[in-house]
Design a binder for this molecule. Structure first.
Ligand SMILES: *[C@@H]1O[C@H](CO)[C@@H](O)[C@H](O)[C@H]1NC(C)=O
Length: 161
């Protein structure tokens, strides 16, 4: 039962991130759609209900500083100076995903020293920041991420990105 529930959640995550892939086509996108979906899954269960709490907002649980480093993207024509610009952006799956791509373009690095910059590194950077990504990750976060990446390996050969 628990396994069924997980694979269902993962399937929804996959659809979500494949949606990302279709809509977000640009050059500076180091993070694959599968990786985005799995980070989302690991950090919030990919819960798209509008959320702000404990210094983070949105389905990717992004801080203000992260959003700022990610280029202060906004929805529509909203000014980055607007009081709600941050919360509105990071609660939107596409604005949040683009923020992550910008952040990783800036801070992408081999955090775990395995010779590759891949989703495990991006997930560590996402959670611990660009300057602390060699630190410890919570077991649940790492475990959900790993399970998700493993189960989607077959649908995206660019998994190593
Ligand atoms: C999604 O997040 C909202 C707001 O934080 C919460 O009330 C709701 O229970 C969550 N849904 C699931 C399925 O976890």
């Amino acid at each position: 039962m628990a396994a069924n529930k997980l694979s269902c959640t993962l399937a929804i995550g996959a659809l979500l991130c494949l949606g990302f892939a279709a809509l977000i086509q640009a050059t500076d996108k180091p993070v694959t759609d599968v990786c985005l979906g799995c980070i989302c899954e690991a950090i919030s269960g990919c819960n798209q209900t509008r959320y702000c709490g404990g210094g983070v907002c949105g389905l990717f649980r992004i801080t203000w500083a992260y959003w700022s480093d990610g280029g202060k993207l906004t929805l529509g024509n909203e000014s980055p100076q607007s009081e709600d610009a941050y919360a509105n952006c990071v609660n939107d799956p596409y604005c949040a995903a683009n923020t992550i791509q910008n952040y990783m373009t800036k801070f992408g690095q081999d955090c775990n020293g395995d010779g590759a910059v891949d989703c495990y590194d991006y997930a560590a950077i996402h959670k611990l920041g660009g300057y602390g990504c060699t630190g410890e990750l919570a077991y649940n976060y790492q475990n959900t991420l790993g399970t998700c990446l493993t189960s989607f390996q077959s649908v995206d050969v660019r998994i190593s990105g």
